[in-house]
Write a protein that binds this ligand. Sequence first.
Ligand code: SAT
Ligand code: MN
Length: 598
Amino acid sequence: MALTTAGSKLASLNAWVESVAALTEPQQIHWCDGSDAEDQALKLLMVERGDLIPLNPDTHPNCYLHRSHPSDVARVEHLTFVCTSEREDAGSNNHWMAPADAHAKVDALFAGCMRGRTLYVVPYCMGPIDSPIARCGVEITDSPYVVANMRLMTRMGAAALARIEREGSFVRGLHSIGELDPDKRFIMHFPEELTIKSIGSGYGGNALLGKKCHALRIGSYQARREGWLAEHMLIVGIENPAGETHYIAAAFPSACGKTNLAMLIPPEGYREAGWKVWTVGDDICWMQQDDEGQLWAINPEAGYFGVAPGTGAKTNPNALAMLNRDAIFTNVGLTADLQPWWEGLDQGRPAKDSQGRDFDPANGPAAHPNARFTVSAKQCPSYSPVAESAQGVPLSAIVFGGRRESLVPLVFEARDWQHGVLIGAAMASETTAAATGAVGVVRRDSMAMKPFCGYNFGDYFAHWLTFGKDGAKLPKIFHVNWFRKGSDGKFLWPGFGDNLRVLEWVIARCEGKASGQATPIGFLPTPDDLNLAGLDLSDEARDVLFAMDPQGWYREFEAIKQYLHDFGSRCPQALIDEANLIESELHVLQPGPQASAA
Ligand code: SAT
Ligand code: MN
């Protein structure tokens, strides 16, 4: 690998790299071209340093294990800031710091932080390189692990640099692992300057700046300014036996099964009938509306940074099939013969845990619950043939979903766009291991964007409403819940491949071919509206998954209204009116004297 200081044809880029080098004082500067040779050289370097462990070359050629610092295994929302000039523009959904204070705080930590290290300049493109929806950025980092991951997760290197030089603009992301000290860790976003500064973490969403920092936080801000949407959604194509494919975008919080849904294998009867599922993306979706109101979506990413635990032959065979070559594993366990191992894998036994200790169940699971794999999207057996299309795919439906063990039925449909935006805004979910903090606590997570929206949620809801123009060919909006539990505490719905049964109803509703019952919260199917053939659903499941509990929902809407009110005058009145209307309809359905009086 030639370690050069060669710059670009873009003076503003060169000047930025020079100013960062002056601040961070690296030993050398390397401009990444994204080539195989560069990738191999970096991996060799990391193996020599002990940052990567080569896995079994027979079972997992060109695969590596990385162990991050035990204090650095997830996103850190309490250390993540959106730094707009006006505090209100960041909103109560974000931690805020004044831009000057934030720059001063992190620049002091960046000063001299790359001494003895290499500064890597990583040009990347979010989205197919020739797509008008795609946007570019440059990440400066001192972590070769970040470089190797960015090469899998984005279109990284020479082609991206050429586009950046042509366009003359790019999002600036400065990253250093710093001292990996949680007390000196900050993930700062300056949306008005299209700039990110992240220090003190080498992990996932904190360090791979193209992902959550650019494609969601800065991206959502850019999207509002430019009139498009940057969302925390998978994109999946569902092909019916007639060969027609409908594209669905679906928002779920981190670690709620987006990757599994994006790579779903149809149940046997569906497979035999000719149903196919095509993966476009598993985490992020950028959408633009055309003149007819149709939304077109691209996956800005080029790879998957998926949760390893729970990925098995039954839950996600497509993911397993793509993970046996050219992949990076982070914080998984290891078998005696150097194969990656995690809970939920159907074969092998762990010899080492995620921290490299001899595996001992007394220390907890072998893999960290937020252990990840990084792999090129092209390796997915269900990778959609149109995933690289510059114009994107046309969306038939948008699906919101959370992890809710009670109240929320399996699926319901919004009456119209405005009601759908309310459903998205009101989303709530039990927290997972993808972020540090308590797991299993229900919190509102509007559109699964609570950790990722780069501006005030009130303005964000208003932006969503602007797409609902009269006569627009908009996708229908749905809400699903795969995680409802029965009185025995077990999941009532089998999930995984069987979720296609729900998506079949979703698509049939989009085509006007299926029935649904009107309720105050939206249209619900009855068990007869879904194909449940071959499923052994309990009576409780049939009762509960398709029912709307007016009293429970009345209480839910009181909480939703309170939540909306917390955004003050920034929250669009139309959403509050919509919530009031639903609440009054629910009130009428309450049992007891009030209902007879109504
Ligand atoms: O760590 S990441 O933010 O990249 C993954 C996730 O939380 O979805
Ligand atoms: Mn995610």
